[in-house]
Design a protein around this ligand. Structure first.
Ligand code: PRT
Ligand code: ZN
Length: 286
């Protein structure tokens, strides 16, 4: 039987959709019917396991799964012997300390002798130790944000993304302990054949990630402005220039990074570019 790579992804939760989407964008097709625990890809040597996120680091450490997609927060909390292969750019959040909003706050020293409620006792414990704070940690598995209101704790340590859960529960964020996102983790002792499949998968993941961070741009410009315009456009090698039917005009094609995008567009306009079109890129292989 040909070797297959086993990947664990979250069955249902905040990372599920994006994990499935990433595999799909990598051109990997499988049947992920409801209530399935396992699926085999039709066109890539991959087997997909659908699991609770908390179990993924352990399964990967034990080799039940070879790789997994899981939050950095969960990986650190579970403290398992796995390798961080890649950051995936979705599921972004932060693990923060929060206190009732009308309470005064000066510094983390304020937490000496206080009680925390959290689902992240390991990460919080290490953070407090590093900062030489002696406090009590109460581990709870859900609805952490209500703990101060019911007198269970003075402060909480929980995941925050928009901040609206904290706000509606009358809490304010005081310290960010960890910035987290979904990561790809791998078993540390993968066999050569499996590493080879992982390399193929990573090649595709990187092409998808790169494409997301870049846009394809087309514009028209009079030939006497081409030099200035080409200096603004970085491109993968250098911009492509094609003559237009209209005399002394050209069409310029290039690739622009998302984070420099608006700045570049402004400069292009100032330098005489017209009819600028911006197109998403599906895959990008350099
Ligand atoms: O069932 P299973 O155990 O698999 O899932 P789960 O319920 O334990 O986890 P799930 O699906 O809620 O989250 C999976 C992962 O998504 C987390 O481990 C994080 O890596 C990531 N993630 C990103 C988040 C958030 N953003 C997030 N906002 N996980 C949880 N939250 C919660 C947070 O705990 C709080 O209750 O959302 C609330 C805060 O959100 P805001 O927007 O109000 O600030
Ligand atoms: Zn969970």
């Amino acid at each position: 039987m040909k070797e297959k790579l086993k990947i664990a992804i979250q069955k249902s939760g905040r990372l599920s959709e994006s994990s499935l989407k990433l595999l799909k964008e990598c051109g990997i097709e499988f049947d992920n019917g409801l209530n399935k625990l396992k699926a085999e890809a039709f066109n890539f040597p991959l087997e997909v396991f659908f699991l609770r996120d908390d179990d993924i680091p352990q399964y990967v450490e034990d080799g039940v799964a070879d790789i997994g997609i899981v939050g950095e927060n969960v990986t650190l909390e579970k403290n398992r012997y796995v390798k961080l292969v890649d950051k995936l750019g979705f599921g972004k959040c932060r693990l923060s300390i929060a206190i009732p909003k009308d309470q005064k706050y000066k510094s983390i020293k304020d937490f000496n002798g206080k009680r925390f409620a959290t689902s992240y006792p390991v990460i919080l414990g290490e953070y407090l130790k590093r900062n030489k704070i002696k406090a009590e940690i109460q581990e709870i598995s859900g609805s952490v944000e209500i703990a101060p209101g019911i007198g269970l704790a003075d402060a909480i340590c929980d995941l925050v993304s928009s901040g609206s859960t904290l706000f509606t529960n009358g809490l304010k964020e005081t310290e960010v302990i960890l910035n987290s996102e979904a990561i790809l983790v791998a078993n540390k002792k993968l066999k050569k054949e499996k590493l080879h499949i992982l390399d193929k998968l990573l090649f595709r993941i990187n092409a998808v990630k790169k494409a997301k961070n870049n846009k394809y741009i087309l514009l028209n410009a009079p030939n006497n402005k081409l030099k200035a315009i080409c200096e603004i456009l970085p491109g993968m090698k250098s911009p492509t220039i094609l003559p237009l039917e209209e005399k002394n005009w050209s069409s310029v094609h290039s690739v622009v990074e998302e984070n420099q995008f608006w700045e570049i567009i402004e400069k292009l306009k100032i330098n005489g570019a017209q009819g600028i079109l911006v197109i998403p890129i599906e895959k990008m292989i350099i």
